[in-house]
Design a binder for this molecule. Structure first.
Ligand code: SF4
Ligand code: SF4
Ligand code: SF4
Length: 261
């Protein structure tokens, strides 16, 4: 059975309780950040920040009215997942419930998934030498709990349930928003990338929330998948060897550099 998260941006107040809940449940340490002028903090995904709330301000060209757009962002858990296609080690897979998860035991730290992610959410943990991102709280789902972000959201902007329930809820909400005058209201994640396990209800165009209008898997990912999947074990071993050799050489150089100083 496929599960989904539905993020209703029309109900989001930008409180960032979801960000905090994600950090707490996943025991992700705090990171030092700085104010960049954008009311977003942190401004990018890292190995220790798997969800963040984006803030966008738009001025209506004809009336001059200012509107704010909030959206909780993170891994979209794409059906057509570029990260999974490019991983030479087979460390990224779909669970039975539709989440895209990484296996730190198989990850060789090559960073290909980070470079290929359609939504630029995959991050690299240099200390552990593995890629990291939202797991759709697969560990909580396994014990009958809903994702931590959905549990914490005070406005009901994050809903969790079966894919069928969430699609139905999204359609009903879009109909309500249309009646309220939001003629551009739509669901995002229904068709994109053959469906994403994280879907949105948007009041306006996706770009206004910092979402790509037509998200795509890079062509290089398809080529990589078609050519190298049969040779995956060999390619992973080769890349792993090259990374190991590179690190060994770096270690060899460092003491010499120290002496020269
Ligand atoms: S959003 Fe990025 S990391 Fe998440 S499944 Fe899609 S491609 Fe992979
Ligand atoms: S589903 Fe879990 S891991 Fe993903 S953003 Fe929500 S709290 Fe974080
Ligand atoms: S907890 Fe809910 S209302 Fe607050 S920022 Fe996250 S999605 Fe928006």
């Amino acid at each position: 059975m496929l599960n989904s998260i539905l993020i209703d941006t029309s109900k989001c107040i930008g409180c960032r309780a979801c960000q905090v809940a994600c950090k707490q449940w996943n025991r992700l340490p705090a990171e030092e950040t700085s104010f960049t002028g954008y009311y977003e903090n942190p401004v990018r995904f890292t190995a220790n920040s798997w969800t963040r709330v984006v803030f966008r301000e738009h001025e209506d060209e004809s009336t001059g009215a200012i509107s704010w757009y909030f959206a909780k962002k993170g891994c979209m858990h794409c059906t057509d997942a570029a990260c999974e296609k490019v991983c030479p080690a087979g460390a990224i897979s779909h669970t039975e419930t539709g989440a895209v998860v990484t296996d730190p035991k198989k990850c060789i730290g090559c960073n290909y998934c980070v470079a290929s992610c359609t939504f630029k959410v995959m991050a690299f943990n240099q200390k552990e030498n593995v890629s990291q991102k939202c797991t759709l709280c697969s560990d909580r789902q396994a014990i009958g709990l809903i994702p931590a972000c959905a549990k914490a959201c005070p406005t009901g902007a994050i809903q969790f349930g079966t894919r069928v329930e969430m699609v139905d809820l999204a359609h009903r909400r879009v109909d309500e928003l249309m009646v309220q005058g939001y003629s551009k209201a739509r669901i995002y994640g229904l068709e994109e990338l053959n469906g994403t396990a994280v879907m949105y209800v948007l009041k306006d165009d996706p770009e206004k929330y910092g979402l790509p209008a037509e998200p795509k898997v890079p062509i290089s990912a398809y080529i990589w998948d078609a050519i190298f999947r049969p040779l995956r074990i060999f390619v992973a071993a080769l890349i792993g060897l090259l990374i190991w050799e590179n690190k060994r050489e770096t270690k060899k150089v460092l003491p010499g550099e120290k002496e020269a100083q």
